[in-house]
Design a protein. Structure first.
Length: 147
């Protein structure tokens, strides 16, 4: 009678010890996109950039360096040092100002854009290439703003 109980206790201990390693931590490449573009009175563009963390662990993003193209024309560099803590499978935003080259004002009907470059994270450490192509539409009631 004692042998089956001892055997059952041993098997239970082995099964429980196999569960002790915890969930698998996956680090996936992040991406960035434009959430909002506003043309300021001085002609500069204020961009609200959304950084998406697809990993299941928190990431601290330290910098972004990307090229912005609007309707096929190069507009400028989006470069910023960051200290942006983003929980796993979540997103956060930051603001950057850009002095556009080339095109002065987006079309009132909307704009197609391409944002591509590198995002660096300090925790976990890594550099990630990204590319985002999307479209922004004029925001009703907010002249000079596209979302």
């Amino acid at each position: 009678m004692k042998l089956p109980i001892l055997l059952l206790a041993t098997i239970t201990a082995l099964v429980l010890s196999a569960c002790g390693s915890g969930p698998v931590k996956r680090v996936s490449p992040p991406t960035a996109s434009i959430q909002e573009l506003t043309i300021q009175a001085d002609g500069n563009w204020k961009l609200l950039i959304r950084v998406q963390n697809f990993s299941n662990v928190p990431m601290t993003f330290s910098s972004i360096n990307a090229e912005l193209q609007v309707n096929g024309s190069e507009i400028g560099q989006v470069s910023s040092g960051l200290a942006l803590d983003v929980p796993g499978e979540s997103a956060d935003v930051f603001t950057v100002t850009l002095a556009p080259t080339g095109m002065v004002r987006p079309a009132d009907t909307g704009i197609a854009y391409r944002l591509h470059g590198k995002i660096e994270s300090s925790e976990p450490a890594g550099t990630f290439d990204f590319e985002r192509k999307s479209h922004l539409s004029p925001t009703p009631g907010l002249p000079g703003t596209w979302r």
